[in-house]
Design a protein around this ligand. Structure first.
Ligand SMILES: *Cc1c(COP(=O)(O)O)cnc(C)c1O
Length: 440
């Protein structure tokens, strides 16, 4: 196969993330994005149905965010964030605090989802130490949870199946079974009770030694858009809280409308001690993340000496361009009635899932939906992230001008909110055709 000149150069010097380069198809050379459409160097258009790895919200190159970044860049592009501050950061912290419930309003800035998680874990561990409790050093997480690719995040995502090469260097974490559920799942209650029973046992033995639990509320993203019921998460939170364990919601993927509400915590009906946000924070324009804490956690770090302070920070902490983009993105939620668009996507997804289910294809299973995320599984012998079927579907989808990236045998749609009902209906029709033509 002859590659166009720039793509050949990509293959010469670039190491692509989460990719086995030896067997991967050459990457698409994308030159433009507009709304839900990405255009390649040959002028071919693709619908971005995965919001460019779950980051885009309002569409590519949205003029309001473009303008906000340009204006900010011409005023102040970056400044050290210790000893200096700036209006975009102040305004963003205030906006986030007003969107989040209760005392969840002390904002620590970082760069991406992984760093937001590292910060949360460090705050949790140091909080107990600062309070004079040196026993609470264990961390609790869910099997299948994914929290990023840095070491602390990998340790808490240790059962996601991605990090076996580093297992000897990951600190120990305790894992709970995750009661994944879907439409028409008759065993959900049973699975949840089994998980809660295990949690109770764990808390009896180790509750006093546990610093925090970290979890993805409503949807485990990377392990295959595995969904759970809000009532289950609430019960987990109630039980661990009663044992003095901090609750960290990793809403890096679920935040900013993905699950149908601004944050998944609204549906869970629980205010966690900390929340991690990244991906959609800037509308998908720039890397920026926050770990937002309840005020009492912050207060436990105040002291005359430095020892109790949080010794953490990054070069680009609270980058003004990222903050300006985030503020513009939050404004768009109000100005473009984004939650109406989210509701339309939800309804259209549901119709698409039902139509697909009604085709009665024998190998389709576990149809599920949460806000703007729709998913189903293809039952294959080599199920899981490495399933070959995912790659086949991706290639077939490209022929239909759709950009998908199945998580192994899980096919999902997670589109930008600007996608219209008409285009999404057509997308579901095309997906049905792709699936029907599969040779499974
Ligand atoms: C993507 C993701 C992360 C990691 O975020 P990065 O920006 O890729 O570092 C953490 N947690 C969840 C739930 C995610 O989906």
């Amino acid at each position: 196969m002859t590659l166009s000149f720039p793509v050949e150069k990509d293959c010469r010097h670039i190491w692509t993330p989460f990719t086995q380069a030896q067997t991967a198809s050459p990457p698409l050379l994308i030159t433009e994005g507009k709304g839900a459409i990405l255009k390649d160097a040959n002028g071919r258009e693709y619908l971005d149905l995965i919001s460019s790895w779950w980051v885009n919200l309002h569409g590519h190159a949205h003029p309001a965010i473009v303008q906000a970044i340009a204006e900010q860049a011409s005023k102040l592009e970056q400044v050290i964030f210790a000893g200096c501050t700036h209006e975009p950061a102040i305004n963003l912290a205030n906006s986030l605090a007003s969107l989040l419930p209760g005392d969840l309003g002390r904002v620590f800035f970082s760069d991406d989802g992984s760093t937001a998680v590292e910060v949360a874990l460090k705050i949790a561990l140091q909080y107990h130490r600062n309070m004079g409790d040196t026993r609470r050093t264990r961390l609790l997480a869910f099997e299948g949870g994914y929290h990023g690719d840095t070491f602390g995040a990998m340790a808490t995502g240790g059962r996601s199946g991605f990090f076996d090469a580093f297992a000897p260097k990951l600190f120990p974490v305790d894992f709970l079974p995750f009661p994944a559920t879907w439409q028409g799942d008759s065993a959900v209650e049973e699975k949840e009770q089994a998980s809660l029973a295990q949690l109770d046992l764990f808390l009896t033995d180790h509750g006093q030694e546990t610093a925090a639990i970290i979890l993805e509320p409503l949807v485990q993203g990377a392990s295959g858009m595995r969904m759970n019921r809000p009532s289950f998460i609430r019960q987990v939170c109630e039980r661990v809280k009663a044992a003095g364990v901090l609750v960290i919601f990793d809403e890096v993927m679920t935040g900013f409308g993905r699950t149908g509400t601004m944050f998944a915590l609204e549906q869970v009906g629980w205010t966690p001690d900390m929340i991690c946000l990244a991906k959609g924070l800037t509308g998908g324009f720039l890397p920026l993340a926050v770990t937002v804490c309840q005020e009492y956690l912050y207060e436990a770090f105040l002291d005359d000496g430095f020892d109790k302070a949080l010794a953490h920070g990054h070069s680009f902490t609270a980058n003004p361009l990222g903050c300006a983009a985030a503020l513009a993105s939050l404004r768009l939620f109000r100005e473009e009635d984004t939650f109406r668009k989210i509701e339309t996507i939800h309804q259209t997804h549901q119709a698409g899932l039902i139509a697909l289910e009604n085709l009665n294809l024998p190998h389709l299973d576990r149809f599920r939906l949460c806000g703007t995320i729709a998913a189903f599984d293809i039952d294959v012998a080599d199920a899981g992230y490495r399933a070959g079927i995912g790659k086949i579907i991706r290639e077939k989808a490209l022929e239909h001008n759709l950009l998908l990236r199945p998580l192994g045998n899980t096919v999902y749609l997670l589109p930008p909110y600007c996608l219209t009902a008409e285009v999404l209906r057509d997308t579901w029709n095309r997906i049905s055709r792709i699936i029907e033509e599969l040779d499974v």
